[in-house]
Design a protein around this ligand. Sequence first.
Ligand SMILES: [Zn+2]
Ligand SMILES: [Zn+2]
Length: 334
Amino acid sequence: MKAIVYEGANQLQVREVPMPQIPEGWGLVRVRYAGICGTDLNIYAGTHPRAKAPLVMGHEFSGVMAESAPGFPKGTRVTVSPLLSCGECTPCREGNGHVCNDLKLIGIDRDGAMADYTVVPLERIVALPDGISDQMGAAVEPVAVGVHTIRECGCRPGDNALIFGGGAIGLIHALVLRHAGASCVVIAEPDPSRAQLGRKLGFEVIGSSEEELERIVNKATGGNGFDWVFDCAGVQPVADKLLDMVKVKGCIVIVASYKKPASMPFIKGMFKEARFQFVRVYRQKDFEIAALLAGEDPAFEKIITHVLPADRAQEGFDLLTRPGSGAVKVIFEF
Ligand SMILES: [Zn+2]
Ligand SMILES: [Zn+2]
């Protein structure tokens, strides 16, 4: 079968690989679409701490059941949560398998879905609702990240929010916040092409300069600061600003994975009695909710900016590593 294979730092190949073996309790999926995630870009750059070449990448995907499995007849349209939890550690036993001490993912720790076929644990499969396209089915995973954040941190209707980062994850958080009843959602994104997509989705998008941030905090919150500040960027210049933008008793939510340790003026947080919340991936329930939400609201599909045949894998990765390309979510067709 055909697969997109990570062959080492900045090297990938579209080539034939053997069909995967199906472990006990797993099922075989014929992949239709598989998307590129920020994590895949790390793998491709050779900087992911766990991924080892050669590896079939891909943990965001949709497809159909290639063979019948209990609860999923052959041909059922599906997407799959790629998490592999150990089931035995204390977090797993306490119902928090998404932060398992030994969390692994399909497409990172074992071969994934940028291929004609992939194998998945049956308990991770989510049947796609009728309203969702196969293409959007491949982007349920990043939507689940946003659903998880908002459910985990408990935003309430009427709350206001500032999101740093207008890539796929930032935009998805904005859309999920809108569904959760947020009164005002502002996105800070310096890249003009990404900012444009945010505006098309109906959000106020600002740059990230000192002046623009000061203007927006005055205009949107009367200078009080935002109830919620979401960090979907993960870089030091954003960490510098988080505590200035949050209100007294407000909450900063770290969604991005910081590649380097960040420093922060904690004294500002103390003066505000601000809270910090960190989030990681999603629960199975978040994944199911994401599939429903993404099927109901066509706005989510607008984050998919490029659909390419698998043979043009290199072009897809180049789009996402080239600043100003305007690419937000790139998916491959199999
Ligand atoms: Zn992802
Ligand atoms: Zn575990």
